[in-house]
Design a protein around this ligand. Structure first.
Ligand code: NAD
Length: 340
């Protein structure tokens, strides 16, 4: 068989297996850096040979299937993934930001005469959740699932202390769908794993898997015992309330409505060089943050410009996940028997 086609088929099957372990079972068998490396190899091969792309290619879809046992929620606004960019460092620690400059070029190319401003936020290493509020009250929480439909985790989300059950402030929307990330703080993760070991139970591989495993519990009493946090990073749909023209205004509005934001760790910048300086600073402070982040997310600030740029199959053109170098040790996944 043609070796390129064979490799594409191998990578498709392997990445689909890893994706199932990660998204559906919350039990990855390889570190994220390995998954990312294989994913990029597949993307490059498919780009060179689109005719060999498999119908079930992971490059064409988002996340994984919903767990049986939960009600299914169809997302009116799809929950997408993000394209990635990496900045390798040389032996002196100097970054090569070529992929981010290429992103900036693509954005500028798409905007013609207009220049973009960028918002940069932490890329939280948890799981994406959508929260729907009607008349100020939380009525539904859902996981991303495969992007088109996810799991109804409303009862579990209600146990998360910093998710407002009723929105705050005076300028309330009639309806708002907030997107954000559920995660476990590093300290709570360490305490949870200590308790697991004390009770002769398996420890979790990392805070991301602990958060996902804790939220996707059929018994919400278990979720309530695990300390989870929610950080908001966007609005998917809204009726009434503030009319924002910029993403940074949306974030400020989410803060007013009572959501936690990563204060001190996000900002709006006039150009890509300012973004990259902030990225480098955040990478240096990454070990001191209370939660895990695996990079920064860079988004075009103007909502009108976001609309102009639009989407490719599984990700917006107006945003990118600017990943940090791999930190997660291979050994952590391999050395311990991981809790599902
Ligand atoms: P992604 O995690 O790279 O990016 C999309 C997600 O980023 C969103 O769904 C959202 O949950 C999250 N996010 C965090 N902070 C955000 C912010 N400020 N703004 C917007 N979104 C934010 O994409 P993905 O498709 O969820 O997963 C791909 C990644 O998952 C891979 O890069 C890999 O690292 C990991 N993965 C690992 C394995 C494995 O076996 N180890 C398998 C599959 C996927």
């Amino acid at each position: 068989m043609n070796p390129t086609l064979q490799r594409i088929q191998e990578l498709t099957a392997l990445l689909n297996r890893y994706g199932y372990e990660y998204y559906t079972l919350d039990a990855p068998s390889v570190p994220d850096a390995e998954y990312d490396r294989l994913f990029r190899e597949l993307e490059a091969l498919e780009q060179a040979h689109p005719e060999y792309r498999q119908p079930d290619s992971p490059t064409q879809r988002v996340g994984g299937a919903a767990l049986a046992g939960f009600e299914t929620v169809r997302h009116e606004v799809p929950m997408l993934s993000l394209n990635n960019a990496f900045s390798p460092q040389d032996e002196n620690g100097v970054f090569d930001h070529a992929e981010m400059y290429a992103f900036d070029e693509r954005v500028r190319g798409g905007l013609g005469a207009e220049t973009p401003e960028y918002v940069i936020e932490p890329k939280f290493d948890g799981l994406a959740v959508s929260l729907l509020y009607r008349d100020g009250l939380l009525v539904r929480a859902a996981t991303r699932g495969d992007g088109a439909s996810g799991e109804d985790v409303t009862q579990n989300a209600k146990t998360i202390a910093n998710i407002p059950l009723r929105l705050h402030g005076g300028n309330l929307p009639d309806l708002i769908e907030v997107r954000g990330e559920v995660l476990m703080l590093k300290a709570d993760f360490a305490a949870l794993n200590r308790r697991q070991l004390e009770h002769n139970q398996k420890p979790f591989a990392n805070p991301r898997n602990a958060a996902a495993g804790s939220l996707r519990q059929l018994d919400s009493k278990i979720t309530a015992q695990r300390k989870l946090h929610f950080f908001a990073y966007g609005i998917a749909q809204q009726q009434g309330g503030l009319t924002a023209a910029e993403h940074i205004q949306e974030l400020a509005y989410l803060g007013e409505l009572g959501f936690s934001l990563p204060y001190g760790h996000f900002g709006c910048f006039p150009d890509i060089d300012a973004v990259l300086a902030f990225y480098e600073k955040m990478q240096a402070t990454r070990p001191d943050l209370p939660y895990e982040i695996d990079g920064m997310v860079v988004k075009v600030n103007s909502l009108a410009q976001q609309e102009t740029l639009g989407f490719v199959s599984r990700a917006p053109r107006w945003a990118i996940a600017h990943k940090f170098p791999a930190e997660e040790a291979l050994t952590i996944v391999e050395a311990i028997d991981v809790q599902v």
